[in-house]
Design a protein around this ligand. Structure first.
Ligand SMILES: [Zn+2]
Ligand SMILES: [Zn+2]
Length: 248
């Protein structure tokens, strides 16, 4: 009898990899939208990405499933990962310093760029007003604004987008880290010359605030769908953007 049991256990252990591809795999299927919402809701409420182990436990899947799912979400441009598979950007939230801090009443975030930082009070339901702080990318001078949903923040600084819209996702972390604010156009021009870079698109803070206000709408909700390019173009035009830089 004991011998018979051992045989059966042995047989089972050999068969498990095959079962894993069949009914066992089905029982543990990871819903990508659950994973996306897990990442986004943690970032929205805490400012930090959830640990992969916590996501796996919450979703009832393995760590490998979470890693695979995060790569699929990154391929679909719902987030960006570093070389180790950690979430770096889940727009408008960042997990590393890209030049901006965003302080709400309950939570402190890294803002990915000026566009993302201005978007956070529009997106997070119980944080209608935040303090966005940065330094001029050219000279290091500090700048800060109270940003809310009602009106663009006051300030005559210049926002500059280095990478054209069509290439934003070629290296999205570099793109975001170069969507910054300068004291004025002189500071921007001096920085471009110093770095040997071509001017991208410079605009006023009010335009960035309009751009940020609805761009990420729905991203904290189940069933979020990224804009098709025609809808994205219409949105960008409404925000006051134009020209080849934006694909318009
Ligand atoms: Zn400056
Ligand atoms: Zn950004």
């Amino acid at each position: 009898m004991l011998h018979a049991l051992r045989s059966r256990v042995g047989t089972l252990s050999v068969r498990l990899p095959a079962l894993d591809d069949g009914w066992l795999g089905c029982a543990m299927t990871l819903d990508l939208e659950d994973l996306r919402l897990g990442v986004y809701s943690a970032l929205a409420s805490t400012g930090r990405a959830p640990a992969p182990g916590d996501l796996a436990a919450a979703l009832g899947v393995s760590g490998d499933d979470v890693a695979t799912g995060l790569r699929q979400l990154a391929a679909a441009r719902h987030l960006a990962l570093d070389a180790d598979g950690h979430v770096v950007l889940a727009h408008p939230f960042a997990t590393i310093d890209l030049g901006f801090s965003v302080k709400g009443s309950h939570t402190l975030w890294w803002g990915g760029c000026v566009w993302d930082s201005f978007a956070i009070p529009h997106l997070v339901p119980d944080e209608p007003e935040v303090l966005v702080a940065t330094t001029c990318q050219g000279c290091g001078r500090p700048h800060a604004w109270v940003v809310n949903r009602e009106a663009a923040p006051a300030g005559d600084q210049v926002a500059h987008f280095l990478v054209p819209a069509a290439h934003l996702w070629d290296d999205v972390v570099r793109s975001c880290s170069n969507q910054r604010v300068f004291c004025d156009d002189d500071c921007l021009t001096a920085w471009l010359e110093r770095e040997g870079l071509k001017r991208g698109y410079a605009t006023e803070l009010a335009t960035v605030w309009r751009l940020a206000s609805g761009w990420y709408a729905g991203r904290l909700d189940r069933g979020y769908i990224r804009r098709e390019s025609s809808a994205a173009h219409a949105y960008l035009r409404d925000a006051g953007l134009s020209g080849a830089f934006w694909g318009l």
